[in-house]
Design a protein around this ligand. Structure first.
Ligand SMILES: [Zn+2]
Length: 254
């Protein structure tokens, strides 16, 4: 197929509609965060708009970067200094557009992080829980009937062993999950009847909550659980507009 060029503003509007960004109260602006050149033929996607991803996008000749973790988070220092100056300076110097989608990308029913992670782990969703229905609820594939078996599925799919708080021999009923930094939804997952809950990160109090409720917690990696939504969205754009898309993984152990 011949390489096409899409207008930046058309792409911005398409993404806003596709991801239904107006529906979400979020901690950052969703959409075009840094304006680059008007015509976009090549997109690079990645989890976070780090300097390493920007350098890779420059090497790739990208006109736009598409990420889950962009800039301008609520409460952050608003000044463009230091790390932020270098990142934004690199984008502007190379005319690269930055598009970022946080909660709308977590939640999209076909392209989102939660549904894409579920398909890689063989989880069948049948419900939601927690504030704004951010948590997903469902069941593991046939034969995956213990916490230990689920941990094995996670390790095989993500290439990374999860940190498991709970008894590997414990039987599984319904399972909750939410990608990224959603360990704080463990209490809501318990209230919703989950027997195990998966998210990205873990901190000290989460261990006690899991132990004292008997609901297993699997910390599967913030980065590792959020690699898939942005890839699916980038592929969707490539097919819709005939532009080139490359996902570039900048590994992150957390
Ligand atoms: Zn995240």
């Amino acid at each position: 197929m011949e390489q096409q060029i899409v207008d930046r503003n058309e792409l911005d509007a398409f993404l806003a509609q596709t991801l239904n960004i107006a529906r979400f109260r979020d901690y950052c602006p969703n959409g075009l965060q840094v304006e680059g050149r008007a015509g976009i033929a090549t997109i690079v996607s990645g989890v976070t708009a780090s300097q390493a991803l920007i350098e890779a996008a420059i090497q790739t000749g990208a006109d736009a970067i598409l990420v889950h973790h962009g800039y301008f988070w609520r409460g952050e220092d608003a000044r463009i200094v230091g790390v932020k100056q270098r990142r934004i300076g690199s984008l502007l110097a190379h005319g690269i557009n930055l598009f970022a989608y946080h909660l709308p990308l977590d939640m999209h029913p076909e392209l989102g992080n939660n549904v894409q992670l579920a398909s890689r782990l063989g989880l069948q969703a049948d419900g939601r829980f927690g504030e704004d229905d951010l948590g997903w609820l469902g069941r593991a594939a046939a034969g995956v009937d213990t916490v230990g078996a689920l941990a094995g599925v996670v390790e095989a799919a993500l290439g990374r062993a999860p940190q498991v708080i709970g008894d590997p021999a414990q039987a599984l009923g319904r399972i909750g999950w939410c990608t990224g930094a959603a360990q704080n939804l463990l209490g809501d997952a318990i209230a919703a009847g989950a027997t195990a809950y998966l998210s990205g990160e873990i901190s000290e109090p989460t261990v006690h909550l899991a132990r004292e409720t008997g609901v297993a917690y699997l910390a599967c990696g913030h980065h590792a659980t959020e690699r898939y939504g942005v890839q699916a969205l980038g592929e969707h754009l490539a097919q819709r507009f005939g532009i080139a898309h490359y996902f570039i993984d900048i590994p992150n152990p957390v």
